[in-house]
Design a protein around this ligand. Sequence first.
Ligand code: PHE
Length: 453
Amino acid sequence: MTDTKTTQHSEWSSRFAFILAATGSAVGLGNIWKFPYITGENGGGAFVLVYLLCVLLIGIPIMMAETMLGRRSRQNPIETMKTLAKEAGADSNWHYLGWMGVIAGFLILSYYSVIAGWASAYVLKAFTGSFFGADATEIKGLFDSFVASPVQLIFWHSLFMLATMLIVVRGVNSGIERAVRFLMPSLFVLLILLVAYAMTTDSYDRGIKFLFTPDFSKLTANGVLTAMGHAFFTLSLGMGAIMVYGSYLPKEVSIAKTVILIAGTDTVVALLAGIAIFPIVFASGLEPAAGPGLIFQTLPIAFGNMTGGWLFGILFFVMLVFAALSSSISLIEPAVAWLVENKNMSREQACIWSGAITWLLGLGTVFSFNVWSEIKIFDKTIFHLLDYLTANLMLPIGGFCIAVFAGWIMKQQHTEQELGMPDALSYQAWKTLTCYVAPASVFLVFLHVIGVL
Ligand code: PHE
Protein backbone atom coordinates (compact mmCIF):
# COMPACT_ATOMS: atom_id res chain seq x y z
CA MET A 1 0.00 0.00 0.00
CA THR A 2 1.14 3.57 -0.57
CA ASP A 3 3.25 4.69 2.32
CA THR A 4 2.76 8.39 1.72
CA LYS A 5 -0.93 7.98 2.53
CA THR A 6 -0.39 6.13 5.76
CA THR A 7 1.55 9.04 7.16
CA GLN A 8 -1.48 11.33 6.78
CA HIS A 9 -3.91 8.72 7.90
CA SER A 10 -4.37 8.31 11.63
CA GLU A 11 -5.02 5.13 13.61
CA TRP A 12 -7.22 4.29 16.61
CA SER A 13 -5.34 3.89 19.84
CA SER A 14 -6.80 0.41 20.38
CA ARG A 15 -9.49 -2.09 19.36
CA PHE A 16 -11.62 -0.62 22.11
CA ALA A 17 -11.34 2.83 20.57
CA PHE A 18 -12.62 1.48 17.26
CA ILE A 19 -15.47 -0.32 19.00
CA LEU A 20 -16.45 2.90 20.73
CA ALA A 21 -16.33 4.97 17.58
CA ALA A 22 -18.12 2.45 15.38
CA THR A 23 -20.77 1.84 18.05
CA GLY A 24 -21.06 5.59 18.36
CA SER A 25 -21.66 5.78 14.64
CA ALA A 26 -24.19 2.96 14.64
CA VAL A 27 -26.17 3.92 17.73
CA GLY A 28 -27.94 7.18 17.10
CA LEU A 29 -31.22 8.69 16.03
CA GLY A 30 -31.73 5.60 13.88
CA ASN A 31 -32.21 3.46 16.97
CA ILE A 32 -34.17 5.78 19.20
CA TRP A 33 -36.04 8.10 16.87
CA LYS A 34 -36.35 6.24 13.57
CA PHE A 35 -36.76 2.59 14.53
CA PRO A 36 -39.85 3.18 16.71
CA TYR A 37 -41.62 5.44 14.24
CA ILE A 38 -41.07 3.27 11.17
CA THR A 39 -42.06 0.21 13.20
CA GLY A 40 -45.25 2.05 14.14
CA GLU A 41 -45.93 3.01 10.54
CA ASN A 42 -45.36 -0.51 9.28
CA GLY A 43 -47.55 -2.46 11.64
CA GLY A 44 -45.09 -3.75 14.27
CA GLY A 45 -44.01 -7.40 14.72
CA ALA A 46 -43.59 -8.56 11.12
CA PHE A 47 -41.58 -5.45 10.33
CA VAL A 48 -39.35 -6.00 13.37
CA LEU A 49 -38.76 -9.61 12.36
CA VAL A 50 -37.71 -8.68 8.83
CA TYR A 51 -35.43 -5.97 10.23
CA LEU A 52 -33.77 -8.45 12.61
CA LEU A 53 -33.26 -10.98 9.81
CA CYS A 54 -31.72 -8.27 7.63
CA VAL A 55 -29.28 -7.26 10.38
CA LEU A 56 -28.21 -10.86 10.81
CA LEU A 57 -28.00 -12.07 7.22
CA ILE A 58 -27.18 -8.87 5.33
CA GLY A 59 -25.94 -6.30 7.84
CA ILE A 60 -23.32 -8.27 9.74
CA PRO A 61 -21.53 -9.80 6.71
CA ILE A 62 -21.55 -6.47 4.88
CA MET A 63 -20.31 -4.64 7.94
CA MET A 64 -17.39 -7.06 8.08
CA ALA A 65 -16.75 -6.55 4.39
CA GLU A 66 -16.86 -2.77 4.68
CA THR A 67 -14.52 -2.67 7.67
CA MET A 68 -12.16 -5.00 5.87
CA LEU A 69 -12.02 -2.88 2.70
CA GLY A 70 -11.15 0.21 4.73
CA ARG A 71 -8.50 -1.48 6.78
CA ARG A 72 -6.85 -3.11 3.80
CA SER A 73 -6.32 0.16 1.98
CA ARG A 74 -6.03 2.61 4.92
CA GLN A 75 -7.41 5.46 2.84
CA ASN A 76 -10.69 7.33 2.43
CA PRO A 77 -13.52 5.40 0.71
CA ILE A 78 -13.03 6.87 -2.76
CA GLU A 79 -9.30 6.06 -2.78
CA THR A 80 -9.97 2.72 -1.09
CA MET A 81 -12.14 1.59 -3.97
CA LYS A 82 -9.59 2.83 -6.49
CA THR A 83 -6.66 1.08 -4.83
CA LEU A 84 -8.42 -2.19 -4.11
CA ALA A 85 -9.91 -2.40 -7.60
CA LYS A 86 -6.41 -2.00 -9.00
CA GLU A 87 -5.04 -4.61 -6.63
CA ALA A 88 -7.72 -7.08 -7.76
CA GLY A 89 -7.17 -6.21 -11.42
CA ALA A 90 -10.73 -4.86 -11.69
CA ASP A 91 -12.27 -1.87 -13.44
CA SER A 92 -11.44 1.53 -11.95
CA ASN A 93 -15.14 2.52 -12.11
CA TRP A 94 -15.48 0.94 -8.69
CA HIS A 95 -14.40 4.24 -7.21
CA TYR A 96 -17.82 5.68 -8.09
CA LEU A 97 -19.04 3.56 -5.19
CA GLY A 98 -16.96 5.78 -2.92
CA TRP A 99 -18.53 8.82 -4.53
CA MET A 100 -22.05 7.58 -4.02
CA GLY A 101 -21.18 7.08 -0.35
CA VAL A 102 -19.90 10.62 0.06
CA ILE A 103 -23.07 12.01 -1.53
CA ALA A 104 -25.29 9.78 0.61
CA GLY A 105 -23.42 11.05 3.69
CA PHE A 106 -24.19 14.68 2.81
CA LEU A 107 -27.84 13.93 2.12
CA ILE A 108 -28.35 11.91 5.31
CA LEU A 109 -26.55 14.42 7.51
CA SER A 110 -28.67 17.24 6.09
CA TYR A 111 -31.84 15.83 7.63
CA TYR A 112 -30.14 14.03 10.51
CA SER A 113 -28.92 17.37 11.79
CA VAL A 114 -32.42 18.85 11.70
CA ILE A 115 -33.84 16.00 13.78
CA ALA A 116 -30.86 16.12 16.15
CA GLY A 117 -31.72 19.81 16.44
CA TRP A 118 -35.19 18.78 17.66
CA ALA A 119 -33.54 16.64 20.32
CA SER A 120 -31.35 19.58 21.35
CA ALA A 121 -34.37 21.86 21.63
CA TYR A 122 -36.02 19.21 23.82
CA VAL A 123 -33.12 19.41 26.28
CA LEU A 124 -34.14 23.00 26.90
CA LYS A 125 -37.84 22.15 27.02
CA ALA A 126 -37.11 19.44 29.57
CA PHE A 127 -35.01 21.85 31.59
CA THR A 128 -37.67 24.56 31.71
CA GLY A 129 -40.24 22.04 32.92
CA SER A 130 -42.42 22.11 29.80
CA PHE A 131 -43.40 18.46 30.24
CA PHE A 132 -44.40 18.76 33.86
CA GLY A 133 -47.75 17.06 34.46
CA ALA A 134 -48.63 17.39 30.76
CA ASP A 135 -51.00 14.95 29.06
CA ALA A 136 -50.74 13.50 25.56
CA THR A 137 -52.66 16.38 23.93
CA GLU A 138 -50.50 19.06 25.51
CA ILE A 139 -47.28 17.26 24.56
CA LYS A 140 -48.52 16.88 20.98
CA GLY A 141 -49.41 20.57 20.90
CA LEU A 142 -45.94 21.45 22.12
CA PHE A 143 -44.35 19.39 19.34
CA ASP A 144 -46.67 20.68 16.60
CA SER A 145 -46.07 24.32 17.43
CA PHE A 146 -42.31 23.71 17.64
CA VAL A 147 -41.94 22.13 14.20
CA ALA A 148 -44.24 24.78 12.71
CA SER A 149 -41.54 27.37 13.37
CA PRO A 150 -38.81 27.43 10.69
CA VAL A 151 -36.80 29.95 12.73
CA GLN A 152 -36.55 27.62 15.72
CA LEU A 153 -35.72 24.59 13.58
CA ILE A 154 -33.02 26.51 11.70
CA PHE A 155 -31.52 27.74 14.95
CA TRP A 156 -31.18 24.23 16.41
CA HIS A 157 -30.09 22.70 13.09
CA SER A 158 -27.32 25.32 12.85
CA LEU A 159 -26.21 24.68 16.39
CA PHE A 160 -26.00 20.94 15.82
CA MET A 161 -24.09 21.32 12.54
CA LEU A 162 -21.65 23.63 14.27
CA ALA A 163 -21.07 21.12 17.07
CA THR A 164 -20.53 18.33 14.52
CA MET A 165 -17.97 20.30 12.56
CA LEU A 166 -16.14 21.38 15.72
CA ILE A 167 -15.60 17.74 16.63
CA VAL A 168 -14.67 16.66 13.11
CA VAL A 169 -12.11 19.43 12.80
CA ARG A 170 -10.18 17.97 15.73
CA GLY A 171 -9.85 14.64 13.96
CA VAL A 172 -11.24 11.24 14.72
CA ASN A 173 -9.02 10.22 17.56
CA SER A 174 -9.20 13.04 20.04
CA GLY A 175 -12.74 14.16 19.31
CA ILE A 176 -14.68 10.95 19.02
CA GLU A 177 -13.05 8.50 21.35
CA ARG A 178 -13.48 10.47 24.51
CA ALA A 179 -17.08 11.51 23.91
CA VAL A 180 -18.39 8.02 23.31
CA ARG A 181 -16.66 6.36 26.24
CA PHE A 182 -19.06 7.56 28.93
CA LEU A 183 -21.99 8.16 26.66
CA MET A 184 -23.01 4.69 25.58
CA PRO A 185 -23.29 3.24 29.10
CA SER A 186 -25.30 6.24 30.31
CA LEU A 187 -27.72 6.05 27.42
CA PHE A 188 -28.19 2.39 28.12
CA VAL A 189 -29.07 3.02 31.78
CA LEU A 190 -31.61 5.69 30.86
CA LEU A 191 -33.28 3.40 28.35
CA ILE A 192 -33.62 0.68 30.98
CA LEU A 193 -35.20 3.26 33.26
CA LEU A 194 -37.72 4.18 30.57
CA VAL A 195 -38.51 0.51 30.03
CA ALA A 196 -39.15 0.25 33.77
CA TYR A 197 -41.56 3.19 33.51
CA ALA A 198 -43.28 1.56 30.52
CA MET A 199 -43.83 -1.53 32.67
CA THR A 200 -45.85 0.51 35.12
CA THR A 201 -48.35 1.55 32.44
CA ASP A 202 -51.31 -0.75 31.86
CA SER A 203 -50.40 -1.09 28.19
CA TYR A 204 -47.05 -2.82 28.60
CA ASP A 205 -48.33 -6.15 27.30
CA ARG A 206 -50.00 -4.50 24.37
CA GLY A 207 -46.74 -2.72 23.47
CA ILE A 208 -44.74 -5.94 23.65
CA LYS A 209 -47.33 -7.77 21.59
CA PHE A 210 -47.26 -5.03 18.97
CA LEU A 211 -43.48 -5.31 18.68
CA PHE A 212 -43.00 -9.04 18.82
CA THR A 213 -46.09 -10.74 17.38
CA PRO A 214 -45.65 -10.80 13.61
CA ASP A 215 -48.74 -10.18 11.52
CA PHE A 216 -47.59 -10.38 7.92
CA SER A 217 -50.85 -9.05 6.57
CA LYS A 218 -49.73 -5.64 7.85
CA LEU A 219 -46.43 -5.66 5.99
CA THR A 220 -46.32 -4.17 2.50
CA ALA A 221 -43.53 -4.55 -0.08
CA ASN A 222 -42.40 -1.04 0.76
CA GLY A 223 -42.42 -2.01 4.43
CA VAL A 224 -39.98 -4.83 3.64
CA LEU A 225 -37.75 -2.36 1.79
CA THR A 226 -37.91 0.06 4.72
CA ALA A 227 -36.93 -2.73 7.14
CA MET A 228 -33.99 -3.70 4.98
CA GLY A 229 -32.96 -0.09 4.39
CA HIS A 230 -33.09 0.49 8.11
CA ALA A 231 -30.72 -2.41 8.75
CA PHE A 232 -28.18 -0.52 6.61
CA PHE A 233 -29.01 2.85 8.13
CA THR A 234 -28.81 1.78 11.74
CA LEU A 235 -25.49 -0.04 11.23
CA SER A 236 -24.11 2.94 9.25
CA LEU A 237 -23.52 0.71 6.22
CA GLY A 238 -23.27 1.26 2.51
CA MET A 239 -21.87 4.79 2.44
CA GLY A 240 -18.28 4.56 3.63
CA ALA A 241 -18.67 5.57 7.29
CA ILE A 242 -17.68 2.15 8.56
CA MET A 243 -15.11 1.90 5.76
CA VAL A 244 -13.39 5.09 6.84
CA TYR A 245 -13.46 3.99 10.49
CA GLY A 246 -12.10 0.60 9.43
CA SER A 247 -9.26 2.40 7.72
CA TYR A 248 -8.09 3.67 11.10
CA LEU A 249 -8.23 0.16 12.60
CA PRO A 250 -4.95 -1.47 13.69
CA LYS A 251 -4.02 -4.58 11.70
CA GLU A 252 -4.09 -7.15 14.47
CA VAL A 253 -7.73 -6.67 15.49
CA SER A 254 -10.29 -9.44 14.74
CA ILE A 255 -12.91 -7.90 12.50
CA ALA A 256 -15.57 -10.59 12.96
CA LYS A 257 -15.80 -10.47 16.75
CA THR A 258 -15.70 -6.70 16.79
CA VAL A 259 -18.46 -6.33 14.21
CA ILE A 260 -20.77 -8.81 15.92
CA LEU A 261 -20.38 -6.94 19.19
CA ILE A 262 -21.20 -3.59 17.55
CA ALA A 263 -24.21 -4.91 15.62
CA GLY A 264 -25.49 -6.67 18.74
CA THR A 265 -25.28 -3.53 20.88
CA ASP A 266 -26.98 -1.49 18.17
CA THR A 267 -29.88 -3.94 17.92
CA VAL A 268 -30.38 -4.12 21.69
CA VAL A 269 -30.57 -0.33 21.93
CA ALA A 270 -33.21 -0.18 19.18
CA LEU A 271 -35.31 -2.91 20.78
CA LEU A 272 -35.10 -1.22 24.19
CA ALA A 273 -36.27 2.03 22.63
CA GLY A 274 -39.22 0.20 21.07
CA ILE A 275 -40.08 -1.55 24.34
CA ALA A 276 -40.01 1.78 26.17
CA ILE A 277 -42.07 3.70 23.65
CA PHE A 278 -44.96 1.51 22.49
CA PRO A 279 -46.55 0.93 25.90
CA ILE A 280 -46.58 4.71 26.37
CA VAL A 281 -48.07 5.14 22.89
CA PHE A 282 -50.96 2.81 23.72
CA ALA A 283 -51.41 3.99 27.30
CA SER A 284 -51.83 7.57 26.08
CA GLY A 285 -54.18 6.66 23.24
CA LEU A 286 -51.67 7.80 20.60
CA GLU A 287 -51.36 6.51 17.06
CA PRO A 288 -48.35 4.14 16.54
CA ALA A 289 -48.18 5.53 13.00
CA ALA A 290 -47.75 9.14 14.20
CA GLY A 291 -44.60 9.51 12.06
CA PRO A 292 -41.30 11.29 12.73
CA GLY A 293 -42.66 13.05 15.80
CA LEU A 294 -43.41 9.79 17.63
CA ILE A 295 -40.73 9.85 20.34
CA PHE A 296 -41.16 13.59 20.86
CA GLN A 297 -44.85 13.04 21.47
CA THR A 298 -44.53 10.06 23.78
CA LEU A 299 -41.40 10.16 25.94
CA PRO A 300 -42.12 13.65 27.37
CA ILE A 301 -45.38 12.24 28.75
CA ALA A 302 -43.33 9.73 30.71
CA PHE A 303 -40.90 12.40 31.91
CA GLY A 304 -43.73 14.74 32.84
CA ASN A 305 -45.40 12.17 35.03
CA MET A 306 -42.69 10.00 36.63
CA THR A 307 -40.76 10.68 39.80
CA GLY A 308 -37.45 12.30 38.98
CA GLY A 309 -38.80 12.91 35.48
CA TRP A 310 -37.38 16.44 35.28
CA LEU A 311 -33.82 15.21 35.67
CA PHE A 312 -34.27 12.04 33.60
CA GLY A 313 -35.87 14.06 30.81
CA ILE A 314 -32.91 16.41 30.62
CA LEU A 315 -30.42 13.55 30.80
CA PHE A 316 -32.25 11.53 28.17
CA PHE A 317 -32.31 14.28 25.56
CA VAL A 318 -28.70 15.21 26.32
CA MET A 319 -27.70 11.57 25.70
CA LEU A 320 -29.75 11.50 22.52
CA VAL A 321 -27.93 14.58 21.24
CA PHE A 322 -24.56 13.00 22.03
CA ALA A 323 -25.58 9.74 20.39
CA ALA A 324 -26.58 11.75 17.32
CA LEU A 325 -23.27 13.63 17.38
CA SER A 326 -21.21 10.46 17.41
CA SER A 327 -23.16 9.36 14.32
CA SER A 328 -23.14 12.69 12.50
CA ILE A 329 -19.36 12.93 12.61
CA SER A 330 -19.13 9.59 10.84
CA LEU A 331 -21.54 10.76 8.15
CA ILE A 332 -19.22 13.58 7.13
CA GLU A 333 -15.83 11.95 7.82
CA PRO A 334 -15.58 10.19 4.41
CA ALA A 335 -15.96 13.54 2.62
CA VAL A 336 -13.58 15.36 4.95
CA ALA A 337 -10.95 12.60 4.72
CA TRP A 338 -11.14 12.75 0.94
CA LEU A 339 -10.86 16.55 0.77
CA VAL A 340 -7.86 16.49 3.10
CA GLU A 341 -6.04 13.55 1.55
CA ASN A 342 -6.76 14.21 -2.11
CA LYS A 343 -7.65 17.84 -2.54
CA ASN A 344 -4.89 19.17 -0.31
CA MET A 345 -7.30 21.05 1.88
CA SER A 346 -6.57 21.66 5.52
CA ARG A 347 -8.96 19.89 7.91
CA GLU A 348 -10.46 23.29 8.75
CA GLN A 349 -11.19 24.15 5.12
CA ALA A 350 -12.62 20.71 4.47
CA CYS A 351 -14.92 21.06 7.47
CA ILE A 352 -16.12 24.52 6.54
CA TRP A 353 -16.98 23.47 2.99
CA SER A 354 -18.71 20.23 3.79
CA GLY A 355 -20.47 21.74 6.81
CA ALA A 356 -21.80 24.65 4.78
CA ILE A 357 -23.15 22.41 2.01
CA THR A 358 -24.88 20.12 4.50
CA TRP A 359 -26.36 23.03 6.43
CA LEU A 360 -27.83 24.47 3.26
CA LEU A 361 -29.29 21.13 2.18
CA GLY A 362 -30.81 20.80 5.63
CA LEU A 363 -33.06 23.78 5.01
CA GLY A 364 -35.09 21.56 2.67
CA THR A 365 -35.91 19.32 5.61
CA VAL A 366 -36.61 22.24 7.94
CA PHE A 367 -39.19 23.62 5.53
CA SER A 368 -40.83 20.26 4.84
CA PHE A 369 -42.29 20.40 8.35
CA ASN A 370 -43.83 23.86 7.90
CA VAL A 371 -43.79 26.26 4.94
CA TRP A 372 -43.13 23.60 2.31
CA SER A 373 -45.16 20.82 3.90
CA GLU A 374 -47.54 20.85 0.93
CA ILE A 375 -44.76 20.44 -1.62
CA LYS A 376 -44.66 16.79 -2.64
CA ILE A 377 -42.29 15.09 -5.04
CA PHE A 378 -43.32 11.50 -5.86
CA ASP A 379 -45.96 11.97 -3.19
CA LYS A 380 -43.33 12.69 -0.51
CA THR A 381 -42.16 15.80 1.33
CA ILE A 382 -38.51 16.78 0.84
CA PHE A 383 -37.63 15.15 4.16
CA HIS A 384 -39.37 11.90 3.25
CA LEU A 385 -37.86 11.90 -0.20
CA LEU A 386 -34.33 12.37 1.16
CA ASP A 387 -34.86 9.63 3.70
CA TYR A 388 -36.31 7.24 1.12
CA LEU A 389 -33.61 7.98 -1.44
CA THR A 390 -30.77 7.44 1.02
CA ALA A 391 -31.91 4.78 3.50
CA ASN A 392 -34.06 2.72 1.14
CA LEU A 393 -32.10 3.06 -2.09
CA MET A 394 -28.56 4.44 -1.85
CA LEU A 395 -27.43 2.52 1.25
CA PRO A 396 -28.75 -0.88 0.07
CA ILE A 397 -27.26 -0.30 -3.40
CA GLY A 398 -23.96 0.73 -1.80
CA GLY A 399 -24.06 -2.31 0.47
CA PHE A 400 -24.90 -4.58 -2.46
CA CYS A 401 -21.84 -3.31 -4.36
CA ILE A 402 -19.61 -3.69 -1.29
CA ALA A 403 -20.75 -7.30 -0.91
CA VAL A 404 -20.16 -8.04 -4.60
CA PHE A 405 -16.74 -6.40 -4.45
CA ALA A 406 -15.61 -8.19 -1.30
CA GLY A 407 -17.14 -11.53 -2.30
CA TRP A 408 -16.49 -11.72 -6.03
CA ILE A 409 -13.85 -9.19 -7.03
CA MET A 410 -11.26 -9.33 -4.27
CA LYS A 411 -8.89 -12.27 -4.21
CA GLN A 412 -9.93 -14.93 -1.71
CA GLN A 413 -6.42 -14.97 -0.34
CA HIS A 414 -6.68 -11.26 0.48
CA THR A 415 -10.06 -11.40 2.18
CA GLU A 416 -9.02 -14.47 4.13
CA GLN A 417 -5.86 -12.80 5.33
CA GLU A 418 -7.55 -9.49 6.17
CA LEU A 419 -10.52 -10.94 8.05
CA GLY A 420 -8.32 -13.33 10.03
CA MET A 421 -11.20 -15.62 10.99
CA PRO A 422 -10.55 -18.16 13.76
CA ASP A 423 -11.42 -21.16 11.57
CA ALA A 424 -12.23 -22.17 8.01
CA LEU A 425 -15.90 -22.75 8.75
CA SER A 426 -16.58 -19.20 9.93
CA TYR A 427 -14.74 -17.83 6.91
CA GLN A 428 -16.93 -19.99 4.66
CA ALA A 429 -20.05 -18.75 6.44
CA TRP A 430 -19.02 -15.14 5.83
CA LYS A 431 -18.13 -15.89 2.23
CA THR A 432 -21.49 -17.55 1.51
CA LEU A 433 -23.44 -14.73 3.13
CA THR A 434 -21.42 -12.08 1.31
CA CYS A 435 -21.35 -13.73 -2.13
CA TYR A 436 -24.89 -15.06 -2.25
CA VAL A 437 -27.27 -14.38 0.61
CA ALA A 438 -26.74 -10.64 1.10
CA PRO A 439 -26.66 -9.50 -2.55
CA ALA A 440 -29.48 -11.85 -3.54
CA SER A 441 -31.68 -10.62 -0.67
CA VAL A 442 -31.16 -6.96 -1.59
CA PHE A 443 -31.93 -7.78 -5.21
CA LEU A 444 -35.07 -9.74 -4.37
CA VAL A 445 -36.40 -6.99 -2.11
CA PHE A 446 -35.94 -4.47 -4.94
CA LEU A 447 -37.76 -6.80 -7.37
CA HIS A 448 -40.55 -7.17 -4.80
CA VAL A 449 -40.95 -3.39 -4.50
CA ILE A 450 -41.17 -2.80 -8.24
CA GLY A 451 -43.77 -5.54 -8.36
CA VAL A 452 -41.86 -8.15 -10.37
CA LEU A 453 -41.93 -10.59 -7.48
N1 PHE B 1 -26.35 4.62 12.17
C1 PHE B 1 -26.76 5.96 12.46
C2 PHE B 1 -28.02 5.91 13.32
O1 PHE B 1 -28.59 4.88 13.52
C3 PHE B 1 -26.99 6.76 11.21
C4 PHE B 1 -25.91 6.65 10.20
C5 PHE B 1 -26.20 6.15 8.93
C6 PHE B 1 -24.61 7.02 10.51
C7 PHE B 1 -25.21 6.00 7.98
C8 PHE B 1 -23.60 6.88 9.55
C9 PHE B 1 -23.90 6.37 8.30
O2 PHE B 1 -28.49 6.90 13.79
